[in-house]
Design a protein around this ligand. Structure first.
Ligand SMILES: Cc1cc2nc3c(=O)[nH]c(=O)nc-3n(C[C@H](O)[C@H](O)[C@H](O)COP(=O)(O)OP(=O)(O)OC[C@H]3O[C@@H](n4cnc5c(N)ncnc54)[C@H](O)[C@@H]3O)c2cc1C
Length: 391
């Protein structure tokens, strides 16, 4: 296989969407010898992949995502081998805090369930260990789950590293090139954009919160919803916490970067305008989250918020993504709807997409992510559970 990519928009593979799932897919397909073109409506990393909280979290994942998140984490620890440069992953560990005995019981049951399945990456720890790991934390903590190999990375740096790796392997990236209409004509996919027509043997739909339109065009409508997700960042403070922290009973995910700033989020949803391509920051909700931070770290009262923003993310009603071969058309794979936690999964998603297209099956257990699982389901409900959204 290797169509001459210099001729009139042709390639083996066309990818729609230059977020991390699209770039990771492009990289894996190029590594396997395909000529790849990637169409990005704006610029790579403009949306969720470039503006997220950078959490590399296996802890407290939906059970269906556990195998993928563990496989992805192994890739994060060796990402320089994959992308050829160090994208700045920090293996800080992540702590999921219990503030009450009832929350601790939930965490205990979770760890027991994982252990019964053979997973040992989440460890239940008592308040003494939590205090050792984060001495500045309020003493009112009942315990936590500790995932020592989790961590975080700088999102835009990761996007850039994937992009460079793609380009080194000859992937042609067309920015400012929104795909409009997709159609299977004979043995090829044809994709129309305002400036040019492209065609390829294989097509990948990684258009993030906008991917539903392409699923619809191939008669696979999905209840994908574009939702805003907010983050805020403080001014610099002296180092006081190394691991990424998440709460259990309320919306919070929290990390301090090396430059001293503290990034606060954790599934803080807000309205989104997918046509304009932005989320609407909700100050009241951010204030509640800021209060959670000062409950946990009283010494931070008085710290200033420097910046707040909202990105647009695609949510599925069950908060797990679609990673699936099309059921209606050959040579088409969808990967979207990551519901606030797709950054961590991105290295493994590219591998799965390449396997589905080139081998016809994946080595990962992806049945829960089938595109047709909603065939008889009602329309998307607005996400409201802070816990399952926490990035
Ligand atoms: C504020 C925030 C915080 C988050 N925190 C975390 C976290 O800590 N950890 C974690 O694991 N996950 C986190 N996430 C989720 C994570 O960022 C996303 O799940 C992931 O980046 C999704 O990647 P993607 O490639 O599917 O989507 P995107 O990054 O949105 O990429 C899709 C791309 O498709 C392009 N596109 C759309 N329509 C077209 C078209 N017609 N033609 C061509 N291109 C098109 C868009 O411009 C976009 O660039 C967070 C998300 C947000 C918004």
């Amino acid at each position: 296989m290797k169509a001459d990519p210099t001729t009139a928009g042709g390639s083996d593979v066309l990818i729609i969407g230059g977020g991390l799932q699209g770039l990771s897919s492009a990289l894996q397909l190029a590594r396997r010898g395909c000529s790849v073109r990637l169409l990005e409506a704006d610029y790579c990393g403009r949306h969720a992949s470039g503006v997220n909280a950078g959490g590399v979290r296996t802890v407290y994942r939906h059970m269906a995502e556990v195998p993928l998140s563990v496989a992805a984490r192994t890739l994060w620890h060796n990402l320089a081998d994959l992308v050829g440069e160090n994208p700045g992953f920090v293996a800080s560990g992540q702590l999921k805090l219990a503030e009450t005995e009832a929350e601790l019981e939930r965490l205990r049951q979770r760890v027991e369930q994982l252990n019964a399945l053979g997973y040992t990456h989440e460890e239940l720890v008592g308040p003494e260990v939590v205090r050792e790991l984060v001495p500045a934390l309020t003493p009112n903590i009942s315990g936590a789950i500790w995932a020592a190999d989790d961590g975080y990375a700088y999102p835009y740096g990761v996007v850039t590293a994937f992009r460079h790796a793609c380009e080194r392997l000859g992937v042609i990236i067309h920015e400012g090139t929104p795909a409009d209409r997709i159609e299977r004509i004979g043995e090829r996919w044809q994709v129309d954009t305002p400036s040019q027509r492209f065609d390829a043997d294989f097509l990948v739909n990684t258009a993030g919160a906008w991917a539903g339109e392409f699923a619809r065009q191939v008669d696979e409508p999905v209840p994908l919803e574009a939702v805003g997700l907010m983050l805020m960042v403080t001014t610099r403070v002296a180092p006081f916490v190394k691991p990424v922290l998440g709460a259990t009973g309320r919306a919070l995910s929290f990390k301090q970067f090396a430059n001293g700033t503290v990034v606060i989020g954790g599934g803080l949803t807000c309205a989104a305008d997918p046509v304009a391509g932005h989320g609407e920051v909700d100050m009241m909700k951010l204030a509640t989250s800021a209060r959670t931070v000062t409950d946990l770290f009283p010494h931070l009262r008085g710290i200033a918020i420097n910046r707040a923003w909202a990105g647009v993310e695609g949510f599925m009603p069950d908060h797990i993504p679609v990673i699936s071969a099309s059921r209606t058309r050959p040579n088409l794979v969808h990967a979207f709807g990551f519901s606030a936690h797709g950054f961590e999964l991105s290295p493994i998603v590219g591998q799965i997409v390449a396997e589905l297209l080139l081998d016809g099956r994946s080595t990962q257990p992806i049945a829960p992510f089938a595109i047709d699982r909603f065939a008889a389901a009602p329309a998307a409900a607005s996400p409201s559970s802070s816990q399952s959204l926490a990035a």
